[in-house]
Design a protein around this ligand. Structure first.
Ligand code: SPV
Ligand code: MG
Length: 431
């Protein structure tokens, strides 16, 4: 009997999958691979059904002879192990970005003469409804909020990108790339005070009030499912911060990062060029403790951001603060630097990790942007935030378009560089 292999990266089995299984079984003994959580979240949705349950559901399908675990998005290692005669998949993988998986399979099979069988992909009203329901579940506050902690456990490094609107939210949600034979996407979104303020044409000095910042969160949560890390600036007065924590939690935000500064806040990337005052350890610790006491779920994280390196107060001060803030209840430490060289950030991470193996470390490599994600993970970093690159790429592009229209007294010259209207419309989901 011939050996047939297919792999599922889904958490809900619908008629399309059953159809594929029946077709596949006609070719021989059928083994179904269940993609692990870690592999699934690299390019697909976060699973809404846990791994053991996914295995159990597939095992119960009568046409399935064997179930195996597939740990990689790409199939080459499992193909090498199982050496199937056929790999069967829906023909949706003929399109980008899934075609890179198909190419990987074709390559692996060609070494011994195995074949791919593409089965017409089922997409009808029922399947669309199931799809929509999974997305809606992932977007609900109670599911979205806990996802950051889940991702920290699964991912070697959680990658967040700045968003400040529904549109930038969609870019964070939907961008998937194939590079070096791997598929990748962002795990989470960062609602930056700098970019949220900039989008409103205002300076980053805690001028845009919380009500307005909550509206930005609303715009983003309306159209996305990924978890949110909120830039809470200094957190304001402790008496106000406790209310902010409750509101963010209720909205389904996963984490707030507050920085240990007081008085008029200026953006950290100004460093010591402007007057900025660091809060006392005692005061900031009691703000963290009050926030932790106010929060209602176990899902939400309060992350303490240390400004000692930005304000040139030294490594010992940064480490001492990290210790104190963790003791006060902080669920994570963000260490910031505006140096181009990542050395001081890495030194902090290494020293902090010798005494604390657990507390998540967050970094924002805006200035020290040559460091790779792999290097950060090696030094114990858990979350990397790309804090402002979307805004900084959009601004010059928009400015040039405005200049070109003025220069040529028509839009043609600018238009040749622009995204077709059709493409921007397809970015937006219709209900
Ligand atoms: C932000 O994005 O608003 C931040 C990060 O706080 S930074 O601008 O680097 O200070
Ligand atoms: Mg900020």
């Amino acid at each position: 009997m011939k050996r047939v292999y297919t792999c599922f990266c889904t958490d809900v089995i619908h008629e399309g999958h059953i159809n594929l299984i029946r077709e596949a079984r006609k070719y021989g003994e059928l083994t179904v691979g269940i993609l692990s959580d870690a592999a699934m979240i690299k390019f697909n949705r976060f699973p809404t059904v846990d791994f053991e349950e996914r295995i159990r559901i597939v095992k119960e399908i009568p046409e399935v002879d064997n179930v195996v675990i597939q740990d990689d998005v790409m199939y080459d290692s499992i193909i090498e192990k199982l050496r199937p005669d056929y790999v069967v998949h829906g023909d949706n993988w003929l399109e980008e970005p899934l075609n890179s998986i198909r190419n990987n399979v074709a390559n692996a099979l060609s070494s011994y003469g195995g074949e791919i069988i593409d089965i017409p992909y089922t997409y009808n009203e029922t399947v669309k409804n199931i799809d929509d329901r999974i997305k809606a579940k992932l977007a609900m506050p109670e599911y979205r909020r806990k996802r950051l902690k889940q991702l920290i456990d699964i991912r070697s490094l959680v990658k967040a990108i700045e968003v400040h609107s529904g549109l930038t939210g969609l870019i964070a949600e939907k961008t998937i790339v194939e590079h070096d034979g791997e598929l990748d996407q962002f795990d989470a979104m960062w609602i930056s005070s700098l970019c949220d303020s900039t989008a409103k044409g205002k300076p980053d000095i805690e001028l845009v009030d919380m009500t307005s910042r909550y509206r930005t969160i609303d715009d983003v949560t309306e159209v996305t499912t990924k978890p949110i890390i909120f830039d809470g600036d200094t957190g304001g007065l402790t008496e106000h911060f406790v209310y902010t924590v409750r509101t963010l939690e209720k909205m389904g935000v996963s984490a707030v990062i507050i920085e240990d500064k007081t008085g008029l806040k200026k953006n950290s990337l100004f460093g010591t060029e402007v007057a900025q005052t660091q809060d006392s350890i005692e005061n900031f610790s009691s703000k963290i403790a009050a926030g932790k006491k106010a929060q209602l779920t176990d899902d939400f994280m309060i992350i303490a951001r240390i400004e000692s390196l930005i304000l040139e107060k030294g490594m010992d001060d940064a480490l001492n603060r990290a210790r104190s803030f963790v003791k006060a209840g902080a669920d994570g430490i963000m260490i910031h630097s505006r140096k181009k060289d990542p050395a001081e950030i890495l030194e902090f991470c290494d020293k902090f990790r010798t005494e604390d193996k657990e507390t998540p470390i967050v970094v924002v490599p805006s200035s020290f942007n040559t460091i790779t994600e792999a290097e950060l993970a090696e030094h114990g970093v858990n979350i990397v935030i790309y804090a402002n690159q979307l805004t900084r790429s959009a601004f010059p592009a928009m400015k040039q378009t405005a200049e070109d229209i003025l220069r040529y007294h028509r839009a043609k010259e600018a238009d040749d560089r622009l995204m077709p209207i059709k493409d921007i419309i397809t970015l937006i989901d219709e209900i």
